[in-house]
Ligand binder design. Structure first.
Ligand code: COA
Length: 192
């Protein structure tokens, strides 16, 4: 059971490790995303969806006296050859504000770079956080990459979407050549 209290003053510069997720991490990932989803901060993610996309996920661990402790997670999901989405980003509420979220996003960006994908995207309510990570708020009614709508059909806010779209062009990563055209998007009502 996750309990929320801000422990940033308790943990002074904790040592944080980011690593690829393993099958045994899934229950903690599922619980943490469920915790924040219940508070309306992110989209709930079924546990089978986490298993199916496990290779997308990173896990953050805090290295304490009792060994590594699960501190958060994020996923980088490839949408097309030129864009990947940061999804399932969640930090243990006891240690928000300790730099874990930023490190998780940096790990997603590193992976996008390694794959030669020049743009990362996120749907989020945490605009200020993503701005700190170098993302820019976009106008979601205007000419977005059609693949960014890929998960919207399973979202309870498909009609009346109130999430913010944020994008970051990764410096130094060239646009891949000869990309095929993505299929047209099934956009939510009110979105062109
Ligand atoms: C949003 C979230 C991932 C941020 O993680 P975190 O570990 O607390 O953030 P960090 O400590 O890495 O913060 C990085 C920077 O962003 C700032 N920041 C963090 N959350 C912020 C917010 N909600 N608004 C504005 N700035 C924020 C921090 O002050 C810090 O600034 P600095 O670099 O100047 O010191 C975390 O609070 C969380 O899990 N929230 C609930 C779930 C969620 O919103 N997920 C995102 C869905 S896409």
């Amino acid at each position: 059971m996750i309990e929320s209290h801000n422990a940033t003053t308790e943990s002074q510069s904790p040592s944080i490790t980011i690593r690829p997720a393993k099958a045994e991490d899934v229950p903690e990932i599922f619980e943490l995303i469920g915790y924040w989803a219940a508070q309306g901060k992110m989209l709930v993610r079924p546990i089978q969806n986490i298993f199916e996309n496990l290779r997308d996920f990173f896990v953050a661990e805090i290295n304490g006296e009792t060994g590594p402790q699960f501190a958060g997670c994020a996923a980088l999901h490839i949408l097309w050859g030129d864009i990947a989405e940061v999804r399932g980003l969640a930090v243990n509420p006891e240690i928000t504000g300790s730099g874990v979220g930023k490190k998780l996003v940096a790990a997603c960006e590193s992976q996008a770079r390694a794959l030669g994908i020049p743009t990362v995207f996120a749907w989020t309510y945490s605009v200020g956080f993503f701005e700190k990570c170098g993302f820019t708020l976009i106008d979601k009614t205007k000419n977005l990459h059609p693949r960014v709508w890929s998960e919207c059909l399973r979202c309870p806010f498909y009609v009346g979407c109130n999430e913010n779209g944020m994008i970051k062009r990764l410096p130094g990563v060239a646009m891949p050549q000869n990309l095929p055209e993505p299929p047209p998007a099934q956009t939510p009502p009110g979105i062109r």
